[in-house]
Design a protein around this ligand. Sequence first.
Ligand code: BTN
Length: 333
Amino acid sequence: MATKNTKNKILELLEKNRGESLSGEGIAKMLGMSRNAVWKSVNSLKKEGYGISSVNNRGYALLPDNDILSAAGMLPYLDNDAYASKLHIYDSLESTNKTAKEMAVSGCDHGTIVIANTQTSGKGRYKRSFYSPPDSGLYMSFVFRTEVLHFQNPSLITASVAIAVCRAIEAVSEKQPKIKWINDIFIEDKKVCGILTEAVTDFESGSIDWIVAGIGINVSNDKDDFPEELAQIAGSIFSETDKRGNKKTAARNRLAAEIINRCFELKTWLDDETVYSEYKERSMLLNRRITVTLPEGTYDATAVDVDINGHLVVRKSDGEAINLSSGQISLLQ
Ligand code: BTN
């Protein structure tokens, strides 16, 4: 029987050589195993759903649209192999934030990462649901322990994660993501990512012991994939199968790895005053007319600044400046 370890090694090799065919003999030599073991493992991977072409005499290759989330698929792109040991990847979960919070409470390590191919009950801010279809999105949650990742201000974590996701998107695509305060990421005025940061407090002391940062990204959804209520506002990084009928870009493993790399760097720049200057540079709201919705009412204003506490500064038409720590913002066309 093909072992998980052998299969992972082959998968990693195929991912590293995406687009190229590797002969069974070559793989066997590189990994120090028999050709028969390679053949068995490839067959077993195919049965699990991995798209692997095996053309006589030309060897094996990952098909361009193979986009199954796996640690082996992420490993070639991780800055540090040790990050792979933090991964918990599932086909389906209610919510990766929910599972991550449960893991935090039962004492998981700082940096534990929960990833799902789909969520049956994905959570957004303001108790909204987060649309989480399979195979085209990336849903991941990080558990940060506050004793390791010291922070003065929890909103700094949300802002830093938003920047980390933008940097990761830029690493895997030609796109220029922008941040819509507080924590949505847009490409060409369509929302491609939402971030939900939740604090888990210690019951006895009441202190915040863990932060769970959940990231939901539309990676390769077709426009028609979105339900009617999202069709006008949601987009994806690699939108639509292109007009020539090419297959969608398989990028979820690489994107996940890039996000992981950048989130593990957070520690080095979290307290850095430059976080909000980069956040500001990436903001899509500044100098734009917006509608602010608060529990007590709605008004129109112009977004003028993001201050060092991560508050959005807006100016009303009578000149009054208001400093917002929360609220829902929509763009006026
Ligand atoms: C929002 O847009 O309001 C925030 C959406 C956050 C969605 C992500 S998907 C991964 C993680 N698990 C959840 O249930 N929610 C977050």
